[in-house]
Design a protein around this ligand. Structure first.
Ligand code: NAP
Length: 244
């Protein structure tokens, strides 16, 4: 069967590295974005030059109609999605008392409802075929918790619960559901932090450096591969030892 991957939020950062890695591994890949069409188009052009099969689709994962339309476009162009990577996410820091209703609901809409929408959109085909792979991108902050990141950490912990429960429900159908929990990864998401914090975070990482998006792409490629055939419901932490 043709291997078709949908990677949400793959115009920049971790998702971009995952999409590029999967495309180079031979998957037909849908690169999803919400605003940065320029970045998505640039990645499509770069990978097409290398002979990869890729397309870019704009969709806000928080919106079920947009997600369904995106999945239909992928199916028409490449065929049914066999690998879904729920990577799109938003983050930010503030004191818990200052979290507004709007912030709380938007974080859950993108980070958690986004995965709910995409999984339900691709699942009918996976269930018919009795195979498929779903990988959710959580965070070490969803495993451990973080001051001033209550909203973000709550969404990332929810993804771990979703992963484990759905893995149990789908295991008899041979659809695997796993999670990658990145540590501190050098992407635009860190730009909200004061610049002096980045070297400190690298120093706090036992392996002595910030993670790169490609570090996470390798973890995703492993979980998606045949080598992980008997692995489901797991959280693979890729953090250079940060939360040990
Ligand atoms: P990033 O550099 O900020 O990139 C975010 C990506 O998500 C962009 O491609 C963006 O699209 C897309 N996106 C945002 N909201 C979206 C929406 N509603 N619908 C569709 N796409 C949307 O973030 P990142 O650092 O690569 O993070 C990727 C994932 O890894 C997130 O789930 C994040 O929580 C997780 N993570 C990151 C770190 C870290 O240290 N960086 C650590 C742990 C976990 P546009 O380009 O169109 O804006």
């Amino acid at each position: 069967m043709k291997q078709v991957a949908l990677v949400t939020g793959s115009s920049r950062g971790i998702g971009r590295a995952i999409a590029a890695r999967l495309a180079r591994d031979g998957y037909a890949v849908c690169i999803n974005y919400i605003e940065r069409e320029d970045c998505a188009r640039e990645l499509v052009a770069q990978l097409q030059v290398e002979g990869c099969q890729v397309m870019a689709v704009q969709a806000d994962v928080a919106d079920r109609q947009q997600v369904n339309a995106m999945v239909r476009q992928v199916e028409e162009a490449f065929g049914p999605v066999t690998l879904l990577v729920n990577n799109a996410g938003i983050a930010g820091q503030c004191l818990f008392q200052e979290v507004s209703d709007a912030m709380w609901h938007r974080y859950f809409s993108v980070n958690v409802d986004g995965a709910f929408h995409t999984i339900q959109a691709v699942l009918p085909h996976m269930l018919r075929e009795h195979c498929g792979c779903i990988i959710n991108i959580s965070s070490i902050w969803g495993q451990r918790g973080a001051s001033c990141e209550v909203t973000y950490s709550s969404t990332k912990a929810a993804l771990i619960g979703l992963t484990r429960s759905l893995a149990a429900e789908l295991a008899p159908t041979h659809i695997r559901v796993n999670c990658v929990a990145p540590g501190v990864i050098d992407t635009d998401m860190l730009s909200a932090l004061p610049p002096e914090v980045l070297p400190q975070l690298a120093e706090q990482t036992p392996m002595g450096r910030l993670g790169q998006p490609e570090d996470i792409a390798r973890a995703v490629a492993f979980l998606a591969s045949e080598q992980a055939d008997f692995i489901t419901g797991q959280v693979l932490t890729a953090d250079g030892g940060f939360i040990l």
